[in-house]
Design a protein. Structure first.
Length: 559
């Protein structure tokens, strides 16, 4: 019903632009500049003002009387094929009601395309989104969970929008944290062997380190009992030290992979930081940056102040060690060199200034600033009985992603973790998230899907040739919302606000429950109307299923 890549909003904008450009005499008489016209279309909040409205004519800067004249001329030529009525409201709003005959087509399209409804024509764009990327030194906590839910949902929505998107996990296995991990595991291993040794304050205290030690002891007994803790760091190339580091890292990384898989997040690329050093990519990066590098006080500096940073940044310290910034620049260069049109990172709020610095770095590498987008995420808290579950990765009492899955389930976790803007601090109420009532928005949406399934899914009705009887306000509202599904995908794809999809689905479910309460769907006394209502309900069910799928959530058939 639409052209490739078009949504209802695109169609209305296109028709408005055509109608405006037809007013050649008025454009000349009024001295209007239509070349830079920014046409805005919004769904009306009150049905009495129509289905959609635009204030575009008001933005032309004409006196009110001329605005009203021009708006009326535009309204008069909007095609009846798409608009059953168009009205002009002072001081120049144009309100439009979609033609019911056109609305029929959206129901047909949903039911014919089914699971593929809402997908756009393939675009040439190729994105990469890196998210989670937690150090393989412990388990994923609920902060990582929000990161994972948003990143994976964005990738799904981009794919529906026609943009190929790779999901990537950056394995931080090249720094001092891996030395510390090996040391922590060795001490726990010695404790299992009966050796009295204390775990240092700055070691990793999570219970998962004990699990690592148990596995090593199970496989190797007391073989490494005489290995000194400081050998892990001092003799980093010794076979025993490397064993503890690699075993611990790989053991925890496998747990991370399994947890993400349980969360229905599957990475396309797992990139190891250590490979940057193995392939000597630091030297390659420094060579590219050589025009922007200088030496001072024995250290190597990058001229980030050239592009607005408050000061230049150290790449190589005076002792020859790399700062975290240098391998990170190398990593971003690797990603961009693969040919992505854009790369995205999801980072915590404490990385805001670092994000700005990294955008400067990629420009110094020769890329455009807008090729890197860093989405800054606020923290998340889990609340139960009015109290917060505390998180402390070092103390061993961190609330993990697995804890979250065990507490509220995968679907509820994914819904709530994306239900608020990234810039908003998020609180998840366990009681609300697990409740089976309308106070729980996910239950509300899933119940709409299940209700339709129970109501009409097994009814044998021939598909009607027309949907002309669907004229009540609640029916029209539902049909208009079906039109807006593709628009919602486009909005999220371009603004990266995944919460707009949960808002859309909640609105659709609310509209269906209202429709159900105010209309008799199965009505043997009026079979034609009943049939049309059943097929409208089936279209709503399909869109709910498709929308939930973009969030990695299952649309249940029975509740």
């Amino acid at each position: 019903m639409y052209k490739h890549g078009e949504t209802i909003i695109h169609l209305i904008k296109s028709e408005l632009i055509t109608a405006i450009n037809k007013q050649t005499e008025l454009i000349e008489d009024f001295g209007i500049n239509v070349f830079d016209l920014n046409v805005q279309v919004e769904q009306t909040k009150n049905p009495k003002f129509g289905d959609y409205a635009t204030n575009t004519i008001m933005s032309l800067g004409l006196p009110r009387d001329k605005t009203m004249i021009f708006a009326q001329k535009v309204a008069d030529v909007l095609p009846k094929k798409y608009f059953s009525s168009v009205s002009v409201i002072n001081p120049g709003f144009v309100n439009m009601v979609i033609n019911p005959a056109f609305n029929v087509e959206i129901i047909d399209e949903v039911l014919s395309k089914q699971d593929s409804f809402g997908t756009f024509e393939k675009k040439k764009s190729f994105y990469n989104i890196e998210f989670v990327s937690a150090n393989p030194t412990g388990l994923l906590h609920i902060g990582h969970a929000r990161n994972a839910a948003i990143g994976d949902s964005l990738a799904r929505i981009w794919n529906a929008y026609g943009i190929k998107a790779n999901r990537e996990y950056y394995i931080n296995d090249g720094g001092n944290q891996i030395e510390k991990l090996g040391m922590s595991a060795l001490i726990r291993y010695k404790q299992l062997c009966g050796i009295k040794v204390e775990l240092p304050e700055d070691a990793y205290h999570g219970n998962e380190i004990i699990d690592v030690a148990k596995q090593i002891h199970k496989q190797h007994g007391d073989k490494y009992v005489n290995l000194e803790e400081n050998k892990i760091k001092i003799i980093g190339d010794s076979a025993s030290a490397e064993f503890f580091k690699s075993f611990s890292k790989n053991y925890l990384l496998e747990i991370i992979k399994k947890t993400l898989n349980d969360f229905d997040v599957k990475m396309d690329i797992w990139f190891k930081e250590s490979s940057i050093y193995e392939k000597k990519l630091i030297d390659t990066t420094l060579d590219i940056l050589k025009k922007h590098i200088y030496q001072n006080d024995g250290a190597t500096w990058l001229k980030t102040s050239e592009l607005g940073d408050d000061k230049d940044r150290v790449l190589i310290k005076s002792d020859g060690g790399y700062t975290y910034f240098l391998p990170d620049i190398a990593y971003h260069n690797i990603k961009l060199s693969r040919g992505y049109d854009r790369i995205f990172n999801i980072w915590g709020s404490d990385h805001k200034s670092y994000a700005d610095r990294m955008q400067i770095a990629i420009q110094l590498l020769g890329y455009r600033k807008d090729q890197l987008e860093v989405l800054i995420m606020q923290m998340v808290r889990l609340i139960k009985n009015g109290e917060e579950f505390k998180m402390s990765k070092r103390s061993g009492i961190s609330l993990t992603l697995q804890d979250l899955l065990d507490t509220i389930g995968k679907d509820a976790a994914r819904w709530y973790l994306v239900s608020q803007s990234l810039s908003t601090h998020l609180e998840i109420d366990v009681t609300k998230a697990t409740s089976k009532n309308n106070d729980n928005p996910l239950y509300y949406v899933q119940y709409a899907h299940a209700r339709i399934n129970q109501l009409v899914n097994n009814i044998k009705l021939e598909k009607p040739k027309s949907f002309d009887l669907l004229t009540t306000p609640s029916e029209v509202t539902l049909i208009n919302l079906l039109h807006l599904y593709k628009h919602s995908i486009e909005v999220v794809s371009t603004n990266y606000e995944v919460n707009k999809m949960t808002l859309y689905l909640t609105t659709l479910a609310k509209a269906f429950h209202s429709f159900y309460a105010n209309n008799k769907i199965l009505d043997s006394s009026n079979q034609p109307l009943s049939t049309q209502r059943c097929y409208l309900a089936l279209a709503v069910k399909q869109v709910i299923k498709n929308g939930l799928s973009l969030l990695g959530i299952v649309a249940v058939d029975k509740m």
